[in-house]
Each structure stands twice: as structure tokens, then as C-alpha cells.
Ligand binder design. Structure first.
Ligand code: SF4
Length: 213
């Protein structure tokens, strides 16, 4: 069996959330990973963009704690950062939510650009998928197009891009190609109405298959 290097999931004490962080287990990264933690601290102190974002995020957390929803947190963080132009990269399945989010953000003074995942209407076959690999074989299915979403929001000059229900993998591609920083408002989970944490709570019974595949 390999020696545990870093595995906070095994920790029973969470000493990092206390004034005695040395009380963590032997593999606690607070004790064993001094170098990257020090490098991170230097970035918070010396890299201007990282510093500004870290302070804004912590201020939003402080103001919001146990009071605000994630939508309100997003608005506050964007204001704190001084952003004026926001992008929404939305799933086509959440267009109604997209409209509501745009209305909310506009009411809070932001200029908003929204772009749908199916933009371009490129057939899945055009990037090499087989008909049998589609969700509904025998029908027209366009790819989700997160790279185009990122490029279009980039051209619009957005300063923060908000993910609204992009699929797993497509969200990864969007984040990889977005020039502006990215935050997730809605994580796609078609079965749980976009609440993937429900599965983690349900592994003792309903989702046991995920623990013992
Ligand atoms: S950082 Fe250390 S104390 Fe905190 S959860 Fe991980 S192992 Fe536990």
C-alpha cells in the first residue's frame, strides 16, 4: 500500500480551521507542504491580480457568510473587483434561467453578454463523433461549443465569465480557453436539477453504486 502523501478527505480534525494548525495528522499539508503554501502566500502578497482577487473573494465571504445566496455572492465579488462587463456561458437547457440571471445582473449595474452552448450549430459528426455516440442517434445534434463561447465573450470584453450549467468537460474546455476569470453559478447535473451534492449525500443508499461500482 502506498504511503498517504496528501489526503485531507481522511482527516478527522480539520486543525487548519483553528489557531492550532500543528494538531493536524502526520500527512497534513499545513505541516508537510511548506513550500507550495509559502509560494501561494507570496503570490497573495506580491502578484497584483492574485492579491486583488484573493482580497475581494475573502471580503465577499466575510460579508456573505450564512446570509447571502451564490447569486448575491457573485454580484458582490464582481462589484468588489470593479468589473463592469460580465459574460454568461449558458447551457441551452437553462435559457430561462439565463434570462433571469441577465435581468438580475443588469439591475445591479453590469453590462451582460450571454452566449449559448450550441452557438455555431456544428453537427457532432463534424468533429468526429459517430451517429451511435449521440444522445439521440439518427437525429441532428450540434456539439456544445465552449471554445466559441469563450472566444465570443473574450471579443465582447467581458471581465468575469459565469458558467450557467455547462456540461462536465465542456465547462473544463470553457475554463481552459476563457481569457477572463471564470466562476461557476450552476453546475450541470440533469438528474438532480443541478445539485450534484445531492449524490454525495445519497451514497449510503440511493447512490451506493457509485461507491461499489
Ligand atoms: S489541511 Fe491538515 S488539518 Fe486541514 S483538513 Fe487537511 S489534513 Fe486536516
Amino acid at each position: 500500500m502506498s504511503r498517504i502523501s496528501v489526503d485531507c478527505s481522511k482527516c478527522k480534525v480539520q486543525a487548519c480551521w483553528s489557531s492550532t494548525p500543528g494538531n493536524g495528522p502526520s500527512y497534513c499539508p499545513t505541516k508537510t507542504k511548506i513550500e507550495p503554501i509559502q509560494e501561494a502566500l507570496e503570490m497573495y502578497l506580491e502578484d497584483p491580480e492574485t492579491r486583488e482577487m484573493a482580497i475581494a473573494a475573502a471580503r465577499t465571504e466575510g460579508r456573505s457568510y450564512m446570509k447571502w445566496t451564490r447569486v448575491e455572492d457573485t454580484i458582490d465579488f464582481a462589484h468588489e473587483m470593479g468589473y463592469k462587463k460580465l459574460g454568461i456561458a449558458t447551457c441551452i437547457g437553462l435559457m430561462a434561467e439565463d434570462r433571469i440571471l441577465q435581468e438580475i445582473l443588469t439591475a445591479h449595474g453590469f453590462a451582460v453578454t450571454s452566449i449559448c452552448c450550441k452557438c455555431g450549430a456544428i453537427p457532432k459528426e463534424d468533429i468526429g463523433l459517430l451517429d451511435s455516440e449521440k444522445a439521440k442517434p439518427g437525429t441532428f445534434e450540434p456539439i456544445c461549443n465552449p471554445v466559441a463561447q469563450a472566444k465570443i465573450l473574450d471579443a465582447a470584453g467581458t471581465e468575469l465569465n459565469i458558467l450557467l450549467g455547462l456540461c462536465v468537460g465542456h465547462d473544463t474546455l470553457f475554463t481552459k480557453h476563457s481569457r477572463a476569470p471564470v466562476t461557476t453559478l450552476v453546475a450541470k447535473d440533469r438528474i438532480t436539477c443541478h445539485n450534484p451534492n445531492a449524490v454525495l449525500h445519497g451514497t449510503s443508499f440511493y447512490y451506493k453504486r457509485l461507491i461499489s461500482p
